[in-house]
Design a protein around this ligand. Structure first.
Ligand code: ARG
Length: 468
């Protein structure tokens, strides 16, 4: 079982033996935490400047350190710095390279700092950036929905409950429902950002430091809103990651629900939308097929993000204070989640923009081919003073009769109606036309065209305010 040890670690003078190579690989996070490198550099530069300001380093030393760190950034961006597994993690990799580049003074960077507060800082900086990007993407997604909604205020579409035809609605009203969902997603990410943007740096390994540091200064340099209050909590807190994963899961719940509808609507059974060639694929076997791969993948990828949320919760449960190596497991799921949400939002935005076309003739046919105007026929009687429950019963009997006779409500002659209730008069027919059925739902937040136009105006205003 003995194997040649890997590179000397910072603790090589304390230990008798080097790490077994398999264990070194098992222990290392460099394979994925290299993702944090630029944030690690930012954090270290701010830390060095703070150390100088507090008189712990000289100004000249701090300048040498930050110049060296910027050189590492250059090497990273040029692709010439690619640390391997022997570096264990991004923090060691950067520190070692710095010492190589600037010599002895490089060994001063880690003064008054531990990798425990360092990794927390890096992850928060990284996530803050990703949250900001995702919020822009959510607004892009809203933009496409809003543009479509403007075109489709008076396009009618069957509305469902239990996936049974219920009442027709404005297609814009349907699209604005998703604007509301993504608006909450946007807000939720903003809420999470507030708790992400707190600086743990200066908490040391777990208990703070004996050196006279200025945590608020470092936090300010890094654009944090404040500093953490308790060093034990600061190095072991990943609540913000859980919250983010929860917010990300909800984004995907929303996208996945819409994806499911796109898949249904593109089917032969619905035919509400057609798929354009740029967002669909064919079958390798069946020449007639056109498949909705994009929404299917969005629906499918949702599962892995739920998994990452559960994974993070499980890592945290039962961890004694403060830092434990288990916390290294916080990263891959988080990284994959951000990547997945970014991809799904992008794909759905493109899909809505150019991947689907609504089929107005088919939608018009769909809203007229069923009994989804039955509530309106009941409301017609209600307006004439008939108690709703009684009117409901009357229309139930009419529907049964029409089903047996094979006609729609609109086709039943007035005498037929009057057999069920004397209150029916010919003005009934106008009330149960699909367009009127929709138009009449004029309660605040309802699908009536006036309401939808007003809602669209409010959404536009909100969107522009967010964009600033
Ligand atoms: N790679 C580690 C992580 O991702 C950095 C912190 C290590 N701290 C320690 N005490 N071993 O969590």
């Amino acid at each position: 079982m003995s194997a040649p040890p890997v590179d000397p670690t910072p603790w090589s003078r304390r230990f008798e033996q080097g790490l077994h190579p398999t264990i070194a690989r098992f222990n290392a996070s460099i394979g994925f935490d290299i993702e944090l490198i630029e944030y690690d550099l930012d954090g270290s530069i701010a830390h060095a400047r703070m150390l100088a300001r507090c008189g712990i380093l000289s100004e000249a030393e701090a300048t040498t350190l930050s110049d060296g760190l910027e050189r590492i950034r250059g090497e990273w961006q040029a692709g010439t710095f690619r640390p391997g597994i022997e570096q264990e993690d991004v923090h060691f990799a950067v520190e070692r390279r710095l010492i190589e580049l600037v010599g002895e003074v490089g060994k001063k960077l880690h003064t008054a700092r531990s990798r425990n507060d360092q990794v927390g800082t890096d992850l928060r900086l990284w996530l803050r950036d990703r949250i900001d990007r995702l919020r822009v993407q959510l607004l892009d997604f809203q933009r496409v929905l809003l543009d479509l909604a403007h075109v489709h205020v008076e396009t009618l579409i069957p509305g469902y409950t239990h996936l049974q035809r219920a009442q027709p609605v404005s297609l814009a009203h349907y699209l604005l429902a998703y604007v509301e969902m993504s608006e909450r997603d946007w807000q939720r990410l903003g809420d999470v950002r507030g708790r992400v943007n707190i600086c743990p740096l200066g908490s040391g390994a777990l208990a703070g430091t004996v050196l006279p540091i200025d945590r608020h200064y470092t936090a300010e340099l890094l654009g944090f809103d404040g500093v953490s209050e308790n060093s034990l909590d600061a190095v072991s807190d990943r609540d913000y990651a859980v919250e983010f994963l929860g917010a990300a899961s909800l984004i995907l719940v929303h996208l996945s629900r819409m994806a499911e509808e796109m898949i249904l609507w593109a089917s032969q059974e619905f035919r509400f939308i057609g798929l354009t060639d740029s967002c669909a694929t064919g079958s390798s076997l069946m020449p007639q097929k056109k498949n909705p791969d994009v929404p299917e993948l969005v629906r499918g990828k949702t599962g892995r993000v739920f998994g990452h949320l559960m994974g993070m919760l499980s890592v945290l449960k039962g961890l004694p204070l403060a830092y434990n190596k288990d916390l290294q497991e916080d990263k891959e799921g988080l990284f994959d989640t951000v990547r997945t949400v970014e991809q799904c939002l992008e794909a759905m935005t493109i899909l809505l923009h150019e991947g689907i076309v609504f089929r107005p003739e088919r939608l018009a046919e769909a809203v007229g081919e069923d009994f989804s105007n039955a509530t309106d026929a009941a409301d017609y009687l209600v307006k004439k003073g008939v108690p709703f429950r009684e009117a409901y019963g009357v229309i139930g009997a009419v529907v049964k009769h029409c089903l047996q006779a094979g006609v729609l409500l609109i086709d039943l002659p007035i005498e037929g109606w009057q057999q069920f209730h004397p209150g029916f008069e010919p003005d009934l027919y106008a009330m149960i036309q699909p367009a009127m059925v929709v138009e009449a739902r004029n309660s605040y937040g309802g699908t009536g065209f006036t309401q939808v136009r007003a809602a669209l105006a409010r959404s536009e205003q909100r969107w522009h305010a967010h964009r600033i």
